[in-house]
Each structure stands twice: as C-alpha cells, then as structure tokens.
Design a protein around this ligand. Structure first.
Ligand SMILES: [Zn+2]
Length: 680
C-alpha cells in the first residue's frame, strides 16, 4: 500500500499528477464538492449563528468511503484541491470526513501542474486555511439566504419555478437599465465633411472639417447639420473660394504599451472578442489546459497556471524564461531593459499568479498536434498575451496637420509605426470599434503649402444608443463595479441566461425578457439595497476581509441578515401580485375591448385578455427597439369542420378547468389559448 495519499478534485488532474509521483503515492479525485447544503430546505440554522447544515452530496458516499479507506492506510495525506475558496472548502470537507485532527494532514496549493511545481509544492506543504474556508462558507450561506428566501416570494407573486440570486439579480438590473437607456435614446442626425486634397507630393489624402466658424465640430456639443455642410461646400467651391492652405504641422512620438498578462475576467473578455467563446466555454477549456494535456512521450503536463485568478503577478523564474525566449526568437531589441511589472487590482490575491503558460518553451506550434482546435486557440491566446506583456512598447510617429480654407479648419492625422515592439506578437481586441482610429498615410507637406481640392465627401450619420452588453462586456462592467470574483463570473453568466430573464439577440447581446423586467422591477422596489451595485461590491469586500482574517464571517452575515429579514417581511405584504393578473399594457382586446396584460407561461411570455376566463384571447408578441410591444399575427387557423370544432372546444374547456393558464404544466399556453380563442 502507498505511504502517501494525495487528493485532488478532478480525475484529469489526478491522472496528470499520478505520473509525477510514482509508487509511493496514491492519487484520488474527489470529483468536485463532496458536501453541500441540502437542496430541499434552507439548511442554515438562523438561531445558531448561521450554522450550515451540510450533508454529503447524493452519490458521493462511494467517493468518500474510498478516500477514508485510503487515508487510514496512508501515513501522509495531502489535500491538493484547487488553490482558491472552492478548493479550500472541498479540502475542509474531506478533512472532516477523514478526521481533521489526524496527524500528517497537509494542504498543498498547486498553481501549476508540472513535475517541478508538484514536487516543490509537496516539499513545502501548508496548513488548511480556516479564513479562506470561512469566506467560502459565508458566500455560500449568503447566496442561500437570498436565493431560498426571495425565490418562494417570486413563485407566489410572479410565476412558479423562477428564482432570484444575490449577484445575478444585480447583473439583471444592469442589463434592464441598459435596455431602458436604449429605449429612451433618440437618434440624432449629424454630418461630417471630408475634403480630398492634393499637394505637391503624392498621394492625395482626405482631411475632415474640424471647426466651423470658430466652433469645434465634436459631434456631441456641436453637430453639423446638413444645411451647414451644404453652405460650406457651396462657399468652398465658389469662384472666389479661399484656397486650402497647410497650417500648423505637429509631429509627436507616441508609445503604446502592452497589456498585462491575463487574469480570469480579461481572458474571458478576450476569448469572447477574438474566439467567440462564452465565458463558461473559456473556463472549461482553460481548466483542461491547467489540469494536464498528454504530450506524447513527455506524458501529461499542465500547460497553463491556475485559471481563476485576479493577480497579474508573474514569478521571477517565468520572467527570466520568457526574456530568454524573446531574445532568442525576436532579437535583443525586443527585450526591455528591465522586466515589465504590472499592478493588480486592490482586491487581488497576490499569492496567485497571472494566467500564463507553465513554460514558454512549449510554444503553440510545437505542441499543436496534441491539442484540439479550441484548446490550441485558447493556449495560443494565453501564450501570446504573456510573451507580449514582457516586450517593449510600440513606437509611432504621429503627425497632425491643420488645413485652413478661409474660416474653415480641416484636420488630418497620420500615423507611422517606427517600431512594432509587443505588437509583433499580440494586440488586444476592442469591444466597440471606433471610426476615429485614422491611420492615413500622409504625403510630405510643408506649412504654407497650397493644396488643390479634388472632391468633397459629405456624409450623414446618426448618434448610436449605448450598446447592449455581451457576456464579455457585462463581466467587464461587473468587474469595474467590484462585483463578482474570478471563480464566479462564468456561473453568473450561465445562471442569468438559464433563468428566462435574459436572452441573446441576433448578435449575441444580452436583452431582458418581459419576465426579466418585471422581476427586476419587483426586486428593485422590495430590496433596493440587495440589488444595488455599491452594496454588492461592499459585500464582496467583506468576504475578501473574511478571507484575510480581518473580519468574522458570522458578524458579516448578521450585519446583512437583520435588514434583509425586515425587507423580506415587508415584501411579503407589499409586493404587487403579478401572477394571475399579469402586467398591464396599453393594448386593448379586439374581441371585447378588455385590457391586454402580459402573462408568463412555461414557454415564455404572451399577451392575454384581462377578462379571462370569459375571454380567452391571447397574442404572441415581440418588442421593437423602443421597447414597444409588437403583436405577432396569429398563425393557427381555426378548426374547419363542425365535429373538429366541437372536439376542440371540449378539449379547450377541459384545459381551462384544469389549471390557470400560466400554471398549466408542460403545455404551450400561448398556443393553446390562441387556438381556443379561435374556436369560440
Ligand atoms: Zn378579451
């Protein structure tokens, strides 16, 4: 029997590590969490300091028995679950099962899974960290209190089966508010005017009208109207038009620095921009790269460092290695004099490192045949981002030329790259491309030079509403507001999309459903603080403090719970009843003039007449860009023969009696009620 037992979460990680350790070690996977709060009840003892009532997760008895048995026969037990809050909780739960007081029980933090890193970590084992465990426990209990106490309220008031989550509700609010901003937005027309000009030297170039009658045209405070453009063009093409003369020429050297190596949120954002991966897909692939990939004769190796991190720190050893790699591959002038150091966010855990390749000697080309397409794409992204982060800035010569035509001022900016620096390897993507990034090639020009006007290009534009969020830009928004942590971004996104509150439009941007709007409005009215960004960010900070041992988890929960409990009591009394009655609209029923209301069925939202059950009129609908309801025309034809009509009407009567429409299980309510309305 092996003398040592090492416990990890996943079978893949177990397999990779087993290879490194040889016969003296047995490696066992826990396959995720082994204990959790019960599904069927709150599972938190509110009378006794929020004591969680953990139970063994269904189906995990076997895993625990196997671990217990192996532990009994081993001299040393190493708990090497993931190096974060969730991993720490798993380690604690396993320790409780095998006897937390047993001797030679060690915690091992594996930030990367390579033979050297694993050996080093085993040689320097740590203790279980109670603070980290309690921070996880506090979050779990908080989320449970909010989820299990607000959800039943929503079942009663809105629709059975829907739910509320602590952080998810804030994310929903951000999405709903953005949608309302868009609906309130009114596009404004504005014009730009470009002049194509030619000087002594080729090529001709375009300059844009920069100020008119002494006023800067910025398309915000001053927008050009069509009539102004027309009169400028007329004046500058008239017989006695003033000439175009080159005015001030300004040359400036501009530097652009590389982006820091990836943290979780940035990896999710960039993988979404460039590879069109959802955050959860990115995390799944990254996990695989971290846990180990078979590389032929070398066996399995973890290719990247731990993927849940908010630190941009890089170990000295990795910096030395990448500097050597850059010099050898790109030359000495691509190695900055000193390594580039980046600053992490205040809340970041500096024990962690940025997400980087475990060795830059495994470049993407050399291991491409061992990776599938998605793995290779993500690994290449992480690899290039890391290498570029230790390269020098790119250097540009930027030339800004002012051109006067009488009172009118035109301007053109040209940019020439002098040194590509880090751009040689990698350039970060953008979310909303702007058209201002003008990279015109300018000819040699001299101040006072007269230019010939070749043509005018007037162009009509409209101001744009703020864009809907993508999953990636929403993560950015949450992060900037201090909400969510590396381990939670992907799950926030999944739960938001799974809950019928938000769907994705044609370009994969997040749009609230009517159900999402009404739930949001009810929550904002009843729990203004819980769904407020500042409050949620503060909660995250308190959890960070619990993790650092500066705050007590029970005290944190107490401060949260007593105002929450009060709100909850008020909400039970005051929250308006949407279920049954529906959400009012200004649409009238064409059959009896009743008010049409929005109801929520199993298969989504629909319009129904408020005179139900006397009137069974229903309509499907969508919304236009202003949020107005647009009725979809009925598609179901009425039954044609008399006997078919009779059968159908008997069936409809039966359905109506069996349940209220919005609760009829498993039936397409909107379809049924539309058909039944057509029969009568
Ligand atoms: Zn009606």
């Amino acid at each position: 029997m092996a003398k040592n037992l090492l416990i990890v979460e996943s079978p893949a990680k177990a397999k990779t590590i087993k290879r490194y350790l040889g016969a003296g070690f047995q490696v066992a996977p826990s396959v995720g969490h082994v204990m959790d709060l019960p599904k069927s009840k709150l599972g938190v003892d509110l009378e006794h300091d929020f004591l969680p009532e953990y139970e063994i997760i269904k189906g995990k008895n076997k895993v625990i028995d196997a671990i217990k048995k192996a532990a009994k026969q081993s001299e040393n037990v190493y708990l090497a679950t993931d190096p974060d809050r969730e991993g720490e909780a798993i380690a604690w739960h396993i320790a409780e099962q095998i006897g937390a007081k047993r001797p030679n029980l060690h915690r091992v933090l594996l930030h990367e899974i390579t033979p050297t890193a694993v050996r080093q970590a085993l040689a320097n084992p740590a203790e279980l960290n109670r603070n980290v465990y309690e921070a996880q426990q506090a979050r779990r209990v908080l989320d449970r209190l909010v989820g299990y106490q607000i959800s039943p309220l929503l079942w009663e008031k809105v629709r059975r089966g829907i739910s509320a989550g602590r952080v998810q509700s804030v994310a929903l609010r951000i999405i709903v508010e953005r949608e309302r901003e868009r609906e309130a937005f009114r596009a404004e027309e504005y014009w730009t005017l470009d002049a194509k000009l030619e000087g002594r030297n080729p090529p001709p170039f375009k300059a844009r009208l920069f100020s008119h009658a002494g006023r800067r045209v910025d398309n915000k405070n001053y927008k050009l109207a069509r009539s102004e453009v027309d009169s400028i063009v007329a004046a500058l093409t008239a017989k006695d038009a003033p000439p175009f003369v080159v005015g001030k020429i300004e040359r400036k050297e501009v530097r652009r620095s590389p982006a820091p190596p990836f943290i979780t949120s940035r990896l999710q954002q960039e993988a979404s921009r460039r590879l069109y991966f959802s955050p959860s897909r990115t995390m799944k692939i990254a996990q695989k790269l971290y846990e180990g990939v078979e590389l032929g004769d070398q066996g399995a190796v973890g290719l990247i460092t731990y993927m849940r991190t908010d630190s941009v720190r890089v170990s000295d050893q990795a910096i030395n290695e990448v500097r050597g790699y850059i010099e050898q591959r790109y030359g000495a002038n691509y190695v900055p004099e000193k390594p580039n150091y980046y600053r992490s966010a205040k809340s970041a855990q500096e024990a962690h490192e940025a997400i980087r390749p475990t060795s830059v000697l495994r470049d993407p080309e050399s291991i491409s045949r061992y990776l599938d397409r998605d793995e290779l794409a993500l690994y290449t992204l992480i690899f290039n981002r890391f290498v570029s982060s230790q390269m020098p800035p790119a250097v540009f010569d930027r030339t800004t030329v002012d051109i006067m035509a009488g009172e009118e001022q035109f301007r053109v900016t040209g940019q020439v790259m002098k040194f590509d620096g880090f751009i040689r390897v990698y350039l970060e993507g953008v979310d909303e491309p702007s058209e201002d990034e003008d990279q015109a090639q300018l000819p040699q020009l001299a101040e006072g030079e007269i230019l010939r006007l070749l043509e005018f290009y007037p162009e009509q534009h409209f101001t744009q509403p703020p864009p809907r969020f993508t999953q990636a830009t929403l993560i950015k928004e949450l992060e900037e507001n201090g909400i969510g942590r590396p381990s939670t971004y992907a799950s926030i996104m999944s739960s938001i999309l799974n809950r019928e509150y938000v769907d994705e439009d044609e370009s994969k941007r997040l749009r609230p459903t009517s159900l999402g709007r009404i739930v949001n409005d009810l929550l904002v009215a009843a729990f203004p603080d819980i769904v407020e960004t500042g409050f949620t960010a503060h909660m995250e900070e308190e959890l960070d403090q619990v993790e650092e041992g500066k705050e007590n988890w029970v005290k944190t929960l107490r401060r949260f719970y007593s105002p929450f409990k009060k709100r909850l009591g008020e909400a039970r009394k005051k929250m308006p009843q949407v279920k049954g009655k529906g959400v009012p609209t200004d649409i009238k029923c064409e059959l009896d003039g009743g008010d049409m209301v929005i109801k929520f069925g199993r298969n989504g939202e629909f319009l129904a007449c408020s005179n139900y059950p006397q009137c069974g009129n229903t309509k499907e609908f969508t919304r236009d860009d202003q949020g107005n309801i647009v009725i979809k025309e009925s598609v179901a034809p009425p039954a044609r023969t008399k006997s078919a009509r009779n059968a159908a009407s008997r069936w409809c009567a039966g359905v109506r009696d069996s349940a209220s429409f919005s609760d009829a299980p498993g039936i397409q309510n909107a379809t049924i009620s539309r058909r039944c309305a057509a029969i009568r």
